[in-house]
Design a protein around this ligand. Sequence first.
Ligand code: XMP
Length: 506
Amino acid sequence: MMTEGEVAVLDYGSQYSQLIVRRVRELGFVSHLYAPTQLKELNKPGAVILSGGPRSTSEVDAPDVDFDALRALDVPILGVCYGMQLLNIKHGGTVKPGVTREYGPARLIANDSVLFKGIPADSQIWMSHSDTVQNLPEGTKVIATNQDAVPVALQWGEACFGIQFHPEVTHSHQGTKILNNFLGLAAGRLAKFSIASFKEQMIERIRQEVGGREVICGVSGGVDSTVLAVLLHKAGIKQRCLFVDHGLLRKNESEEVQAQFKEVGVPIEVVDARETFLGALKGVTDPEAKRKIIGNLFLDVFFGAADHIEVMAQGTLYPDVIESATSGSIASKIKTHHNRVDRVLELKEEGRVIEPLAELFKDEVRALGEALGIPHRALWRHPFPGPGLAVRVPGEVTEERLEICRNADAIFIEELRRSGWYEKTWQAYAALLPVKTVGVKGDERSYEQAISLRAVVSEDAMTADWVELPHEVLRATSHRILNSVKGVNRVLYDISTKPPASIEWE
Ligand code: XMP
């Protein structure tokens, strides 16, 4: 849905394109991503940004821009990376195809320019490109170079700019300021962004997309599916929310999720499949086999309960879209459970899958959730993997082992909440290790189980660092676990970063 005065970002395929949109929103203006071919359909945008992209402008079928249409808009224009090379060519210059890709930090030596107002003359920028501009058309102003005096920012005319680096990533230290300076050129003409109007727009878009059809929505109680279900509810969509209890949930989780949905006023159907899952996992110890069984069974149970599907809603976020687009088969192997492919693909092809959150990042989903009136606690729940505790009890999944894991986990989470560390960590949990270790009980030696605690911080789950929890929190947790969780005589704290470790145990 186009908004007059929005900042239109033309997507040339960079994995950062949506991040530009997000930065513009953070700066307080409405922004959306468009295919370059949609340029002509834009409704009086306030500014246009051409994103980066993986292709080379020298390729025969390289993505292009309708330059006449672009100029006719008469608004400030910014080309990033590929966008800058394209603009240079359109102004009559040339681009030199690169042999290798330059990736990583570089210096921005800025000249006096409106684009670099208020930033230091020398700052770090982030590059990811292979081609470079070669001949600059007459009248082009070089407004910044890198440390080797290579031009990295150009200006053509009054309000058309190109930058070779990515202002949208945090590694470009002055990136947001540079974007803000650029948007300043369109001051007064830009549509202001507010989460409240964004919410209304999303609701309107969902209504249009769904029509009068019934929507099936799988909910887990996590942030994404909760926001999605409430959004559909507020849009007045006829929906069925299915919550599959696969028996691999945390302590009291099923009850808590039901209470949470009651609180937000969205009815859910609980599908109790605990016995089916536990039965299927009996005797299975191989991690990949466990994931496969859970993934397939989840699909069977979900689609079985859903019965006939008119439309299915998925809580896919932008980083999920990127992850499956960029890491392909590896990602799908790592997260077998994400792989609802066949049936979902079929539905997708038939235009019966909606993913209303697909352009949002996690924190934007939380902000949207807040605007929808979803309680804080629900919005700040840690992520929980689809295969549940099965990936936190390496070895065979039995009710007895799950129970130990659940009890230890509940204590850890309680201590984190009590000490104020729950919301300072991105994810935390207890895992039950598949070893027995020696201990003493009274006068006798005992062989009992070991629990490993893990607490990490992360931005996107692709990398993670372990959290330096205060010793008192670890001590209180260990004390309580050792004294109240039967069968455990050892508690460990996991100090592994990702990579090389992953966040989950399996
Ligand atoms: P890893 O263990 O790969 O986890 O470092 C990264 C993030 O993804 C979650 N995770 C999953 N989520 N299905 C999911 O929905 C899965 O199969 C799965 N495996 C891991 C994990 O909890 C962490 O947040």
